[in-house]
Design a protein around this ligand. Sequence first.
Ligand code: ADP
Length: 581
Amino acid sequence: MYEAAQFRPWLGIGVVVVSFAAAFLEGVGLGLLLPIIEITQSSSPTDADGLLGLFVRFYERFGIPFTLEYLIVSLGAVMFLRFALSFVGGWLRAILGVSYQRELRERLFDSLMYGPVDYIDEVGSDDLLNSFITETNRAAGIVMATFNITEIVLRGGVYLILATLLSPVLTAVAVVSLTVSTLLVRYVLEPAYAVGDEVANVNDELQTVSQASLQGARDVRLFNMREEFVDRMHESLDRYVTSNVRLRRNQAALQNLNQFANVIVVFGLVYAGFRMTSLSIARLGVFLFAIFRLSPVVNQINNRLYTLDGQLPHLVRVRDRLESLAERDAPATGGDQSIRTVRRVDFDDVSFSYDSGERVLDDVSFSVERGETVALVGPSGAGKSTVIALLGRLQAPDAGEIRADGTPIGDLDVREWRERLAVVRQDPFLFDGTLRENVSVGNRNASDRAVERACETAQVTEFLPELPDGYGTELGEDGVRLSGGQKQRVAIARALLKDADVLVLDEATSELDSNIEQTVYEGIRSLESEYATVSIAHRLSTVDDADRIYTLVDGSVTEVGTHDQLLASDGTYAELYATQS
Ligand code: ADP
């Protein structure tokens, strides 16, 4: 509530003020019953004192006749205003709650977008999606429930004041009995928080299982994992049912036990009121009515608190995510130097390890200039893709420096630096959109002619006739309608269309047939003068004409040279080459 109050203070104050006004009018309406009953019993209530006297004086002051008809019209007007205000209160609460949900979602999404990529890998997209969709929703429910409780408390306060004005002693007895019965009932039931936590866990699990089974639909079938997933899903659904039923059962038990206890208390008060006090029928009637209205208030507060308790774990999780994201360094954000073109990139004794601690790159140095192609080769796990992650500032080096035209890339404006880079990853992600949209993600203003040219070079044109709507064909989520090799070609076209200076090919053609691969490389070579090219090669034949080849083994550069030089030196490169030819 404090957070929500900070986020829209005026709205929060508005909700409380409106709730207060509605509660006050409720009290006035209830109080009006007193003169209405009195007036039907005695003809001259004008000499009355106490609550009744208050009404009499109020009507006198404003010159309104103190008659049954006027009193009833007043009651109608007061009730209309009271419910109108309640409606406004509910509306404002909804605005506050939903805006708070939006705020949480926005903060979470922005932190994920601008935070480290590692975090997404570590936590898993399924859990993050669950946080984003479900947990933020429940968290916002908490805000609405809290303001709802405020309204109920204020209303309860008004009943209490009214009852006290009519009979302080009986009110004290009522409050003590209602409190004792409520507490008793609450302690009989298990704490809601534990059940709420279980519900949150099950939601996580449901998301994980369904997402994995949909995203990995093919592997799930090919590896005969269907039964496993079906079993897991059934088990999760069982847990979902059990935990939700437990939560709701507890809520229902709480509600009914409370109502039962309250009915007993009110019966007791009716007896005590008639036997032990000398209150008039009107006063006793209104008093009992106030207590009758008060008892569900205690109930409602209890229920809301119970629900709140159950929803709290969701808010706690969203906050934990936001906090752990805030604690993580985001290597990509620093730097503000502008960069328009890049002619040269240097890696200078760069060392790096992931959070797991093991050194992945050890004093790696290499350089590449515009018009040159350098290749990084080496066994799998040697650290080649990590070099690309560092180059793209998805990670920052622990030691050493990466420079663009002499300036450390960490000092550059990250957007401008990434504009200079065109990276083709081995397993590129295609967005849910048309071919044209996917090719032009890095250059939204590219002309149709430029898109076509990039697609020709990348050999997208080779399979274009197979696509039903040509460049306007929807590729589906992550390009499901394309083969691995076709996706790679779209990714290459996308990189070539970007007006970049450094072209990075990370096993970019690993899934292409060798004849198409050759054609793609020829096309790229014809553009060589425009780029400083860093190529990580799967098939060494595609980099044998590179200006320099760096062999990376266990994170260290062990050899540098041209293809012929490296073959002659009979080292790792020669070994790898021998195994491939
Ligand atoms: P290559 O591209 O040469 O196959 P990588 O750069 O992908 O090698 O990986 C180098 C090493 O870093 C491997 O041991 C790999 O397990 C580890 N590694 C890669 N990515 C991560 C990551 N996000 N977190 C932790 N370790 C990683």
